[in-house]
Design a protein around this ligand. Structure first.
Ligand code: AP5
Ligand code: MG
Length: 212
């Protein structure tokens, strides 16, 4: 299955992508994770992306399209994939079509802005492996320590309250039009993401017709 996860920052795309990836055994491709890894390694792309990400803006389309072309050409994407956080502009969605990438379903995870602000303020990520936690919804077993690799948990720089507000503004202006873009193509399914992680997963698999 070839899936796109759409939704505001903090809607739970990354969290659900990990769960679907385990269940369907297809890779999750997160442009946010790829860009953060590039920033950590100080590559040319990482250096270019940093100022956009830190201010809550989108990284230019040409960078993202380049990443996706390269990633989807890899062997592990042959039997399906989950795109987490991409496309994020109409230009990116059109580029996917031009590349001939077939999409089965686009899942829009809907969450109100007020809930988003609470969620992102409580997110903690591992500085070593990138695993994601939440102070109340998904706490690590030991305070400030990653369950997976013992790395230190930190707050993402773009999860500062003023940057969260900017990311939400950018989402509504530049990414939300994709809901209609994919609805018009008969690909859209909408899932309420307001409740617990498990509730969202259940609704999502129901809509995809996959039994849990
Ligand atoms: P990216 O990393 O994709 O960030 P984002 O879309 O802003 O989304 P998040 O990762 O913040 O949220 P999420 O929906 O994955 O939620 P999560 O599951 O973590 O992108 C970062 C930046 O990179 C962008 O701002 C942009 O600059 C750039 N970029 C990336 N892709 C790009 C593109 N295609 N084009 C241009 N620029 C691009 O959940 C959030 C928190 O809530 C977690 O702590 C989680 O544990 C918790 N949580 C999740 N679900 C629930 C629930 N149901 N109840 C309670 N808590 C929950
Ligand atoms: Mg994410």
């Amino acid at each position: 299955m070839n899936l796109i996860l759409l939704g505001a920052p903090g809607a739970g795309k990354g969290t659900q992508a990990e769960i679907i990836c385990d269940k369907l055994n297809i890779p999750a491709v997160s442009t946010g994770n790829i860009l953060r890894e590039a920033m950590k390694n100080g590559t040319e792309m990482g250096v270019r992306a940093k100022s956009f990400i830190d201010s809550g803006a989108l990284v230019p389309d040409d960078v993202i399209i380049g990443i996706i072309k390269e990633r989807l050409a890899q062997d592990d994407c042959k039997n399906g994939f989950i795109l987490d956080g991409v496309p994020r502009t109409v230009a990116q969605a059109e580029a996917l079509e031009e590349m001939g990438v077939q999409i089965d379903k686009v899942v829009d995870i809907e969450v109100l802005d007020d809930v988003i602000i609470q969620r992102l303020s409580g997110r903690r990520v591992c500085s070593a492996c990138g695993a994601s936690y939440h102070t109340t919804a998904k706490p690590s077993a030991r305070p400030d320590t990653c369950d997976r690799c013992n790395g230190a948990l930190i707050v993402r720089k773009d999860d500062e309250p003023s940057t969260i507000r900017e990311r939400l503004k950018v989402y509504h202006e530049q990414t939300e039009p994709l809901v209609e873009f994919y609805r018009a193509r008969g690909k859209l399914v909408v899932v309420q993401g307001q409740e617990t992680v498990a509730d969202t997963t259940r609704l999502l698999f129901e809509k995809l017709g996959v039994s849990l």
